[in-house]
Design a protein around this ligand. Structure first.
Ligand SMILES: C[S@@+](CC[C@H](N)C(=O)[O-])C[C@H]1O[C@@H](n2cnc3c(N)ncnc32)[C@H](O)[C@@H]1O
Length: 202
């Protein structure tokens, strides 16, 4: 597994912020409807982990309250301009998911999209998400992970030499190991791109 350092990872996203929208235009178009379905799982008081440049704000339902966090100030600076795309009230905060400033059990739902490949210590981050969710609270994720297919696994491992995210994360296992009950995992592309639905037990 690739080792990601906190400062270097936040700097990577700061440096990438200006190019992010251009480089993700295709994937934004490609996964738009699927993400809308994931975001429809959000209810009540919602925490969005890894707001990025705010491209997904428009996908939220209209009857929730959103706190969108990111640990890259540059990403948040761009996301500020998309705040009004959200049909629900949305607050942006500079926060590291590995050490959230919120109290226990304050959120009803948590949403992530392509984030837990980059969080330096994913289990620490997921345990924080678990902590801030109310019992019965749900976690809806759209993530890319490692593959069980030897060819894809090897290819992803090779690609890990590139700077940035770890492409061989075992995110479903990490969700389980953080205390969540994994309700469903749906494969979108091979077993690499997937949705994960989980909840904090009552
Ligand atoms: C690939 S981008 C995805 C952005 C957005 N969710 C999207 O799909 O367009 C990953 C984002 O996660 C953020 N991120 C990574 N590690 C984080 C951490 N420890 N705490 C908060 N945000 C983090 C990065 O700064 C970056 O904005």
């Amino acid at each position: 597994m690739k080792t990601l350092d906190n400062k270097k990872s936040a700097k990577f996203w700061d440096d990438f912020a200006g190019k992010f929208n251009l480089l993700t235009r295709y994937s934004e178009w490609r996964w738009h409807e699927l993400k809308r379905e994931i975001f429809s799982k959000a209810s009540g008081n919602v925490i969005m982990i890894g707001a990025g440049t705010g491209n997904d704000f428009k996908l939220f339902p209209s009857d929730v309250k959103i706190t969108a966090i990111d640990f890259s100030q540059k990403m948040l600076d761009i996301a500020k301009n998309k705040r009004d795309d959200s049909p629900s009230p949305l607050e942006l905060k500079l926060e590291d998911v590995q050490s959230l400033s919120y109290g226990d059990e304050v959120f009803d739902s948590a949403i992530t999209s392509c984030v837990f490949c980059s969080v330096p210590d994913p289990v620490k981050g997921l345990k924080e998400v678990f902590r801030v969710l109310k019992p019965g609270g749900n976690l809806a994720m759209f993530e890319h992970t490692d593959s069980k297919n030897p060819f894809f696994h090897f290819t992803l491992k090779l690609m890990n030499f590139l700077p940035g995210p770890d492409l061989t994360r075992k995110t479903t296992l990490n969700v389980h190991n953080s205390g969540f009950e994994v309700l469903s995992v749906n494969y979108i592309f091979q077993d690499i791109v997937k949705t994960i639905y989980a909840r904090k037990p009552l």
